[in-house]
Design a binder for this molecule. Sequence first.
Ligand code: SAH
Length: 219
Amino acid sequence: MIHEPSQEERRERERMVKDQIGRRGVRDERVLQAMRKVPRELFVERNDRACAFHDGPLSIGHGQTISQPYIVAYMTEMLAIGSADRVLEIGTGSGYQTAVLAELAAEVYTIEIVEELSVRAQGLLRAQGYSNIHFRAGDGSLGWSEAAPFDAIMVTAAPDRTPERLIDQLAEGGRMIVPVGSVEQNLELLARRGGAIERRELIGVRFVPMTGRAQKGEA
Ligand code: SAH
């Protein structure tokens, strides 16, 4: 299925980037271009297509959400993804953030714990022609050790604390962004430099909780 966006959908995407993302301070031109290009309207539920560009998260079923456009752009910008980078994403969800990462990086490895969501995202992304995305259905709190280390790790479900197994899978110079906390979270940006881990707290956010071993405090 090849999707032909309508003129109106193209215009709405332009408007989303200008009014919701650019105006709030995201400046990286590669990120803005990826946000203009990826057809967000395809990743929401069919009945929500008319409000695909709403300035907030939307339900994608299974109690999960597609993140707010601004948050997708902001987190992507903070990871400073280069075109040769290998990226790990935890929480494929709708696959929308995955597509944005796949526009910027060399390879994307993405893990989703709800199998139906993983399968749906895989179908959508393959139909869009992405060939640099590797999918796994399972618990992402353990990372993807066979493909490690990663230049960037994007976590889009919230653990109570950052899973150590993910930090271990960061390459030298690698960055990780993760919402840490239970009901409300702070985005944490971690970087591995010279063997040490630097941490910075960014903005407050609200993500669905990370389930699996992270929730049981085992990761
Ligand atoms: N980036 C996604 C966000 C989806 S919400 C989007 O914009 O569409 C977070 C997702 O993380 C949910 O789909 C949830 O099922 C998944 N998730 C939660 N815990 C997980 C875990 N331990 N491993 C992998 N995925 C997990």
